[in-house]
Design a protein around this ligand. Sequence first.
Ligand SMILES: [Zn+2]
Ligand SMILES: [Zn+2]
Length: 305
Amino acid sequence: MSNVLLNIPVDIIQNSTFIENYQQLNAAPDLSLSFLEKVWASYYLYINNDIFATGLLFFSLHEFMYFGRSLPWYIIDCIPYFRKYKIQASKIPSNKEQWECLKSVLISHFLVEAFPIWFFHPIANVIGISYQAPFPSWQKIFFHISVFFVLEDLWHYAFHRGLHYGVFYKYIHKQHHRYAAPFGLAAEYAHPLEVMLLGLGTVGIPIAWVYFARDLHLFTICVWITLRLFQAVDAHSGYEFPWSLHHFLPFWAGADHHDLHHHYFVGNYASSFRWWDFVLDSEAGPDAKLEREERMRIKNEKKKI
Ligand SMILES: [Zn+2]
Ligand SMILES: [Zn+2]
């Protein structure tokens, strides 16, 4: 039996349909749940098996958000008007390239990612991730997601930079660099070991957080995974617009940052933010190279004096 409703005095009939559950929650006089919270609770009550419900939710969320976010980029690639915003304008991915990529990503989703997803609910239960309605406040959700973005970015920087060394690059990370001019769908085109290592930054950090902070909701993780997928797909889109997020948040990385990584194969290792590449002097591209050389020249001149 599901215990999705926390301290709520309502007699919900299990094994009824999703719509019936929703209507009963809607009609319950002592209940003040938002639309999303009622949908969430109705879903868990309808499935009536929390492990299966969370697994199905995560798998569907991942597929829907990843491909749903990639589709507009595919359409944009087909419209010549947008060429002026393409970072590597002469390198429009062919349908064949996108199709090959789609097949590989789907295989990876079903063979690599579909399996561990079913362990998430039992792990979440043991470490105390709550999934009951109502949800936490939006302020708390925002705070948790901000922390995850900052920590994941550091994780990604460290392990992505590590993946560029010798054998790690040759046998693992080279696959992701097949496309020197990336496109949205290519975000998760990677070796299974890379998918697991970098995916651990997305899933493992919330688990580590709740282990220490003892406060996290499964809905927050759903929002976090959605935003992280959007970030990864957009960073691979290959398009830079005047309205791209980094023009408003200068430390946000985006496609402008990650496209250079694929173009030059070195530098710009971080996922969401620009600060680690700036601080650790690993910015990619000819402009960053010139700036680095200029700094070296000034340093050497100072030494001579
Ligand atoms: Zn790389
Ligand atoms: Zn990439």
